[in-house]
Design a protein. Structure first.
Length: 417
């Protein structure tokens, strides 16, 4: 008999939940099981998940295969139709220990092959706290799940449900345990981070949570935020950016595009000038801060002029790390019904946008030569600066600790110390 095999696709939150599922499967004594935690953000992500399922079935003959995650939530029938798949679990069901106990060979009750309920009816975050998920130096803490917004390109709210928050006290208690366990950096993660608190008493904001963590866990060396919607950044968050050195000077922004008309057709809540103004203000408050951003290339009706606005946005916002997504229609979303662009054109524009991003990252790397950085070591030979640039060292450092290093050189992808 063999231990369960887990395959994770997609975001950090999925990875966090995979860790929780591994714990529940172990507690249920499961064996000869393969679990695929899927992503639904693009059609390509779904295709890769199905390809992975077929490969895992070949590599693990006789194992039962459980498919879960966002793609399983949004299109359970397509996975149930695969002959390799034994069980399909929804995003809420996968966080229920009873569902995993029911997969044990000696379970005598009946279980349905497809267990996917209405995710919109879920009103709380799962209570699983995974102490130690991440590297030995960095741990991830889920503070929020779901999204109340309905961007026209996005299927994720239908996979994750509406926004719901983990109470601040629960978050603080978990971070205290993680810091006591030796972690030097905590990353707050969620689907729509800036909506944190809207469903809690008093409707606190993300900035309030950040300030509370830093105040109540003074022994925490570094706090990082995974991704935010810049238009929803609150005053307390901006004060934290300005005055809290333990809050890392790096933000990943959900920008998506640089043209106002496309942003409106995406049903985004900001315009181009809003993004530029936020970056300028954050940089004024915290000189040296770096920005990553999600950008979509080839959205329906995008002209060459619209695309040029996205290219220019990289410079105007001084973006350093780009996540570029070639647009792909997701069935059931409004954008899928809009006039589509040629796939070859979409891929070309995505490649051009990535090239601009690569040049921006290379400029940032080159500018760090001669500077001194506090580097959190993820291994004996690799770490990250406070701005999240990768650093490789010639002389081994203590894994999981912060080293003060002088940057001696740079490549397009990493620094050398």
């Amino acid at each position: 008999m063999t231990a369960p095999v887990f395959s994770n696709h997609g975001c950090r939150l999925n990875a966090y939940e995979t860790e929780a599922m591994q714990t529940m499967a172990r507690q249920a004594g499961l064996e000869n099981l393969v679990v695929v935690n899927t992503c639904a953000v693009t059609a390509e992500a779904v295709r890769k998940a199905k390809k992975d399922i077929r490969k895992l079935a070949r590599d693990n003959p006789g194992a039962r295969i459980v498919v879960t995650g966002c793609a399983a939530q949004t299109e359970p029938e397509s996975f149930a139709a695969m002959e390799e798949v034994t069980t399909v679990l929804g995003n809420s069901e996968k966080m229920d220990p009873a569902r995993w106990a029911a997969l044990a060979p000696d379970f005598t009750g009946e279980t349905e092959r497809v267990q996917v309920n209405d995710i919109m009816s879920v009103t709380e975050t799962a209570g699983h706290l995974i102490d130690g998920f991440g590297t030995r130096s960095r741990a991830y803490v889920q503070v929020q799940n779901g999204c109340d917004h309905r961007c026209t390109f996005c299927i994720i709210p239908f996979g994750r449900g509406n926004s719901r928050s983990v109470p601040a006290g629960v978050v603080v208690d978990q971070i205290r345990r993680l810091v006591a366990g030796g972690f030097e950096e905590i990353v707050l993660t969620g689907v729509d981070m800036t909506s944190w608190g809207a469903d809690l008493p008093g409707q606190p904001r993300l900035g309030d949570l950040v300030m509370r963590i830093l105040k109540l866990v003074p022994e925490l060396p570094r706090l990082r935020i995974s991704s935010i919607d810049s238009i929803e950044a609150d005053d307390a968050l901006m004060r934290a950016i300005a005055g809290e050195e333990r809050l890392m000077p790096h933000l990943h922004l959900s920008l998506q595009h640089g043209a106002d008309l496309i942003l409106k057709r995406m049903k985004r809540r900001h315009l181009r000038d809003d993004a530029i103004a936020f970056c300028q203000e954050a940089r004024r408050l915290r000189p040296g801060i770096t920005f990553g951003a999600d950008l979509i290339a080839g959205f329906p009706t995008e002209t060459e002029d619209h695309f040029a606005d996205s290219l220019r946005l990289v410079e105007e916002c001084d973006l350093t790390w780009l996540h570029v997504f070639p647009y792909s229609p997701r069935p059931g979303t409004p954008a899928a019904r809009m006039p589509q662009l040629d796939r070859g054109l979409i891929k070309d524009r995505a490649a051009r946008l990535r090239e601009v991003g690569d040049r921006a990252a290379a400029r940032h790397m080159a500018a760090q030569v001669g500077q001194t950085h506090r580097v959190l070591m993820e291994s004996h030979t690799m770490g990250r600066t406070e701005q999240f640039a990768e650093v490789r060292v010639a002389e081994p450092q203590t894994e999981g600790r912060i080293s003060t290093l002088t940057i001696k050189g740079a490549t397009a992808s990493h620094l050398i110390a």
